[in-house]
Design a protein around this ligand. Structure first.
Ligand SMILES: Nc1nc2c(ncn2[C@@H]2O[C@H](COP(=O)(O)OP(=O)(O)O)[C@@H](O)[C@H]2O)c(=O)[nH]1
Ligand SMILES: [Mg+2]
Length: 290
């Protein structure tokens, strides 16, 4: 059953009973809001229902959407014309960074947001990661700037930026490694890469996007906190939304860290990426009206 259908079922009664509120909080936790947020949302909902004289489940369901709306925040991270744009994809291993790099290149070439794109193979830990990006580059007909496995990821970024300038590219999409030996290493590495890009890029054209896997639940929030300590994360990209309709994590990250969501990915094909739309997203979470 889809998550929104579970909400609908729970709030299906004519008159809500006191137990229903607790059950709703539990369900919102299952939807990846996290316990504190779920409790706060239910409290707020109770107050809103009392104020509006709403006693039925369907009325409460609609009001729940209003309660959650401030945390459904979209970000437009499309490349801006008139200069070089850089998108750096961050995130732990396996969340879908490399796949998303290719999806973004495909999308922005397709809709004309970027005329020329370069992919930077910044995940230098694994040879397979470099190969994976090269393969996408071949399929998409775009250049991939890479060095051999084990090389310095900062140097790869540096090369990619130089290539973009000399070729007049509009956009560099940088893949990065998510695996570090420990948190301190990760933070240091991120800071270094960030400095290299920031030194050469207009701040309005530089986006740091954290990729999180919707199936990992509250872990994604922990990852967002860790990455935010090292680098300013401009927006989230939520992947694997196809295998989990529990989208509360994007709301939880926005509430906790103030980070909006740029895209939602729901499959492995290039086309399986869509701009985050708060209205659509809340409807998928809580159910659509009408
Ligand atoms: N179902 C699904 N699979 C995805 C999505 N995004 C990525 N994947 C898959 O997740 C796996 C890891 O992706 P990859 O891009 O290599 O992750 P990375 O380690 O962060 O670079 C691959 O098998 C991808 O095909 C998505 O939105 N939905
Ligand atoms: Mg990768």
């Amino acid at each position: 059953m889809k998550f929104a259908d579970r909400i609908r079922k729970l709030l299906g009664r004519q008159t809500l009973a006191p137990d229903d509120w607790d059950a709703l909080a539990d369900l919102l936790v299952e939807g990846d809001l996290g316990a504190a947020f779920a409790d706060a949302a239910v409290q707020e909902l109770k107050t809103a229902c009392a104020k509006a004289g709403v006693r039925d489940g369907e009325g409460a369901r609609r009001l729940l959407k209003t309660v959650l709306a401030p945390d459904a925040r979209a970000a437009d991270v499309s490349p801006r014309p008139g200069g070089l744009n850089v998108v750096m994809l961050l995130g732990v291993n396996g969340v879908g960074k490399t796949t998303t790099a290719a999806k973004l290149a495909h999308r922005w070439l397709d809709d004309g947001s970027a005329g020329k794109v370069i992919l930077a193979a910044g995940d230098t830990f694994r040879a397979a990661a470099i190969e994976q990006l090269r393969h996408h580059g071949e399929r998409l007909g775009i250049r991939v700037v890479a060095q051999e496995q084990g090389s310095d990821s900062g140097a790869v970024l540096f090369d990619a930026l130089a290539a973009a300038v000399s070729e007049g590219a509009d956009l560099v999409i940088a893949d990065t490694a998510g695996r570090m030996h420990n948190k301190q290493n990760l933070i240091r590495e991120l800071e270094k890469m960030d400095k290299i890009v920031a030194a050469k890029t207009d701040p309005a054209r530089y986006r740091r996007l954290l990729v999180v896997d919707a199936t990992t639940g509250q872990n994604a929030l922990v990852q967002a906190r860790t990455f935010s300590q090292a680098i300013k994360v401009d927006a989230i990209i939520l992947t694997k939304y196809d295998s989990s309709a529990r989208g509360g994590i994007a709301l939880a990250i926005a509430r906790d860290l103030g980070i909006p969501t740029a895209f939602v990915c729901d499959g492995e094909r290039y086309e399986d990426i869509r701009a985050f739309d708060p209205v659509v997203y809340l409807s998928e979470f809580v159910g659509s009206d009408g």
